[in-house]
Design a protein around this ligand. Structure first.
Ligand SMILES: [Cu+2]
Length: 302
């Protein structure tokens, strides 16, 4: 049994070696790809492509930290990062370093947050965030460990800045989560933030907003307990529903009166208590998790 497990481990290493880790470094405007870190705040971490995790961390960073907003040390590069002008309603993209593509199974999402002073270069991202784009399962009959996920194989996320977005400067945070280590609390978060200036006359207001940190916690089964080798698509969907990933993205409109906004914001911690309950129920599958999780071996250095 031990030999079997190590063979599987070697197979996982071989499968992984063709697919490096990744980080969003380029902005795509009118199909033109920017330079790396021209509009996206560069992280100061030595291996910028390594993921943020709840356990077995790199650089001690976890999703509970302030730098989970735009990645480690990136605010120190805000002033030298350019601000891209984008008309509300336009579709832009965020593209991966080295033109890699995503070879980890999991959802992708894009969040925005308005700079309260009007100057995004001095904004740390401690205000309200809202979600504008989301990709989860696209083919439930495909393997949950690979191409069941819409983002599998993508090298960039293309998304529309909602037409109703009010003019102003914003952080735009693209994120991909690799769930292949979630059974061991080693979900992998890949993310960074672009600086943009939205033009237009939008007067919309998102219904649901979030704080970062606060998007995820390790009581959420999706990132701590889910097992892609054992669980079914409906289990994954139920786990997604307990996180902000399950919320509808804001694509425009004035769904956000201030009271609606505050009630949905306050329901967010409440919903995390239900995920605590379900994480207990799936603990048995986590403890019988196969030994070949990628989190410990192949995902260490690439
Ligand atoms: Cu990995």
């Amino acid at each position: 049994m031990k030999h079997f497990a190590s063979l599987l481990g070697i197979a996982a290493v071989l499968a992984q070696s063709v697919s490096a880790h990744y980080i969003f470094s380029k902005l795509v405007l009118n199909n033109e790809v920017s330079k790396d870190w021209q509009y996206i705040r560069e992280t100061t971490r030595e291996k910028n492509y390594m993921p943020t995790k709840f356990s077995k961390t790199f650089d001690n960073l976890t999703p509970n930290d302030a730098d989970f907003r735009c990645n480690l040390g990136s605010f120190s590069n805000a002033a030298k990062t350019e601000v891209a002008t984008v008309a509300a309603g336009d579709t832009i993209g965020m593209k991966l370093f080295y033109d890699t593509s995503i070879a980890h199974p999991g959802p992708g999402q894009v969040f925005m947050s308005k700079a309260p002073t009007g100057n995004v270069k001095e904004y740390e991202g401690d205000g309200e965030w809202f979600k504008i784009w989301e990709k989860t399962l696209c083919n439930e009959n495909a393997a949950l460990t690979t191409d069941a996920w819409c983002t599998w194989g993508m090298s960039q996320f293309d998304f529309q800045i909602p037409k109703d977005t009010p003019a102003g400067e914003y952080l735009v945070r693209a994120e991909h989560i690799g769930l292949h280590g979630a059974q061991a609390n080693e979900a992998e978060f890949f993310y960074s933030c672009a600086q943009i200036k939205v033009t237009g006359s939008g007067t919309g207001s998102p219904k649901t907003t979030y704080k970062i940190p606060g998007l995820y916690n390790d009581h959420m089964t999706l990132v701590n307990g889910l097992n892609l080798w054992v669980d079914k698509a409906k289990d994954v969907e139920a786990d997604i529903a307990q996180t902000p990933i399950g919320d509808e993205p804001w694509t425009g409109g004035n769904s956000g009166s201030s009271s609606a906004s505050s009630s949905s914001a306050s329901s967010f911690p409440a919903s995390s208590s239900s995920s605590v309950a379900s994480s207990t129920s799936s603990a048995s599958s986590a403890s019988s998790a196969p030994a070949y999780n990628w989190g410990s071996s192949s995902c260490g250095e690439y």
